[in-house]
Design a protein around this ligand. Structure first.
Ligand code: MN
Ligand code: MN
Length: 436
C-alpha cells in the first residue's frame, strides 16, 4: 500500500500538465512492453498498445481474447486540472514591477491563487518547429513565482466585495521581477534578456507556447496518521494514476481493456484532445483495422457494447459545511471508491444517468473482488453541479458510470484525498477491467 501512495505522490508532484502526464504514461507503458499503435501492422490477443493525441491525451489497450465487436472495458480519466495559462503576449511592466499576464483555465476560486508559490510548466514551439520544455519555479533552493494581494490595512473596500469579485481574473498576474532603474521598460527588457540567454525564448515565441501556471512544490501526506494526501491536480490525476496503474498491472483479459487519459475535461471536453471529439472512435478504428477484417460496423459495435468507468473524482462530504450535503447520499473521505450515478445540475440537467442494470453488474463485480464502495452524488439538490466525460462516452451507446476518489477542497491549489480511497479506486479499476 505504501508503494502505491508514494508512487502516486511522486506522479502528481512531477506531472502537473497534460503533456507531462502523457509523457510519464508513455514511459511507464513502454517499460512494460506497450507499443505505439501507429508502429504496428497486425495485432492479436494479448498485445499491448497505446496511441497519443497531440501529446495531450493518451489511449492504451490490452487486446482481449474475445472479438473486439463484443466491446471493451474502459477506464476514462482526465489529466487536465484547473490552473492559470499564460496569455499569448504575457509580459508587461508597471511601475517598477514586471508581470506575466494569465487567463485562468477551468473552475477556480480566484482568491485561492494569490500569495503562495507558483511554478511555470509548459512548452514553447519555435518557427523552425523546435520545442523548448519549461519547468520553472519547482526547485527547493531556487526561485519561484507568485501573485500578490493587497495588505489588510488598506483592504476595506476589497473586503466588502464578494469572494467571486475581490480578486479579478484579469489581475491574476505573475510577479516576474523588478525594475530598479529610471529607464521605463528596463525591467521587462532584463526579463526578456534572461529568457533569451537561459532558455532561448524570444518575446514573440510566446505566441506559439502553451505555458501553465500551477502551484509549486511537491504533494505530501496529510495528518498525523498519514492517512491523507494533499497536493495539486488530484482532480483528476488521482483517478488517472490509479486507472493507468490498474491497466499496467493487468496481464491477460477476455474483453479488450482500455484506459483513456484525456485532456480538456475541465473546460467541457471540447477541442481535438477532449472527449467530446472523435478521438476515441478514431483510435478504436485504427485498433480494429489492425485486428483484421475492418468494418465501420465493427467499430460501432465495439463502442456500443463497451462498459466504462468514467474515473473522475467526487466531492467529499465536508463536516465544516454540512448544510451543503445530504449526508446519506454523499461520499466520505476514507470510505472507499465512489460511484456517482448521475452528475449534472438542477433537475440532473446535462447528466449521463447510469442504467441500474449496469450498476447491478458492478455491485456484483465489486462484492466479488471485495472492494468497498460508496454510492453518492455531489451535494444537496440545487446546490450546484458539474459534469464529467461520462456523457461523451454514453454518446456511443456504451454503459457508463462515474467512479472515483472523494476529494476535499476540490479545484483548490491543494486538494485532499484519502490513502484508503486511492487504494480502493485502484482495486475497483482492476476488478472492473476483468468484468465480463
Ligand atoms: Mn474531474
Ligand atoms: Mn474538475
Amino acid at each position: 500500500m505504501k508503494n502505491t501512495i508514494n508512487d502516486y505522490i511522486s506522479f502528481i508532484s512531477n506531472n502537473k500538465t497534460e503533456r507531462e502526464c502523457v509523457q510519464a504514461a508513455v514511459k511507464m507503458a513502454e517499460e512494460l512492453g506497450y507499443k505505439r499503435l501507429e508502429d504496428t501492422t497486425a495485432l492479436k490477443a494479448g498485445d499491448k498498445v497505446y496511441s497519443t493525441v497531440y501529446d495531450k491525451s493518451i489511449i492504451l489497450f490490452i487486446v482481449g481474447d474475445e472479438d473486439i465487436s463484443k466491446g471493451m472495458n474502459i477506464l476514462g480519466a482526465h489529466i487536465d486540472s484547473p490552473r492559470l495559462d499564460l496569455k499569448m503576449k504575457p509580459l508587461y511592466e508597471s511601475n517598477g514591477i514586471v508581470y506575466m499576464n494569465t487567463h485562468y483555465y477551468g473552475g477556480i476560486k480566484k482568491y485561492q491563487w494569490v500569495v503562495h508559490p507558483l511554478a511555470m510548466h509548459g512548452v514553447v514551439f519555435k518557427k523552425d518547429g523546435s520545442r523548448i520544455d519549461l519547468k520553472l519555479g519547482e526547485e527547493e533552493d531556487d526561485f519561484t513565482f507568485a501573485i500578490s494581494d493587497i495588505l489588510p490595512h488598506i483592504a476595506q473596500e476589497q473586503m466588502k466585495k464578494t469572494a467571486g469579485e475581490f480578486i479579478a481574473g484579469e489581475d491574476l498576474d505573475l510577479v516576474m521581477g523588478l525594475n530598479t532603474t529610471e529607464d521605463k521598460d528596463a525591467g521587462k527588457k532584463a526579463i526578456l534578456d534572461i529568457l533569451e540567454k537561459k532558455y532561448e525564448i524570444k518575446e514573440e515565441d510566446f505566441l506559439s507556447a502553451e505555458i501553465e501556471i500551477v502551484p509549486a512544490g511537491r504533494a505530501k501526506m496529510l495528518g498525523l496518521k498519514n492517512d491523507m494526501v494533499i497536493g495539486y491536480g488530484q482532480d483528476d490525476r488521482v483517478c488517472s494514476f490509479t486507472s493507468l496503474t490498474a491497466l499496467l498491472e493487468t496481464e491477460h483479459v477476455n474483453r479488450t481493456a482500455c484506459c483513456i487519459l484525456t485532456d480538456k475535461e475541465e473546460v467541457g471536453s471540447t477541442g481535438a484532445t477532449g472527449m467530446n471529439s472523435l478521438m476515441l472512435e478514431n483510435v478504436v478504428a485504427e485498433l480494429v483495422e489492425r485486428l483484421g477484417q475492418y468494418s465501420g460496423l465493427k467499430v460501432k459495435r465495439c463502442l456500443q457494447n463497451s462498459y466504462m468507468l468514467s474515473s473522475d473524482v467526487n466531492s467529499a462530504l465536508d463536516p465544516l459545511n454540512m448544510d451543503l450535503y445530504d449526508a446519506e447520499n454523499s461520499s466520505r473521505l476514507g470510505s472507499g471508491v465512489v460511484f456517482n450515478k448521475y452528475t449534472g445540475s438542477r433537475g440532473k440537467a446535462g447528466a449521463s444517468d447510469a442504467n441500474p442494470e449496469f450498476i447491478a453488474k458492478l455491485r456484483k463485480c465489486m462484492d466479488e473482488a471485495n472492494v468497498k464502495f460508496q454510492m453518492a452524488e455531489m451535494a444537496k439538490v440545487d446546490i450546484g453541479g458539474g459534469g464529467t466525460i461520462a456523457k461523451f462516452a454514453a454518446f456511443y451507446g456504451m454503459q457508463v458510470i462515474d467512479a472515483g476518489v472523494a476529494v476535499l477542497s476540490m479545484h483548490a491549489p491543494f486538494e485532499i484525498t484519502s490513502t484508503y480511497d486511492i487504494e480502493s479506486a485502484k482495486s475497483c479499476y482492476k476488478a472492473f477491467l476483468k468484468m465480463e
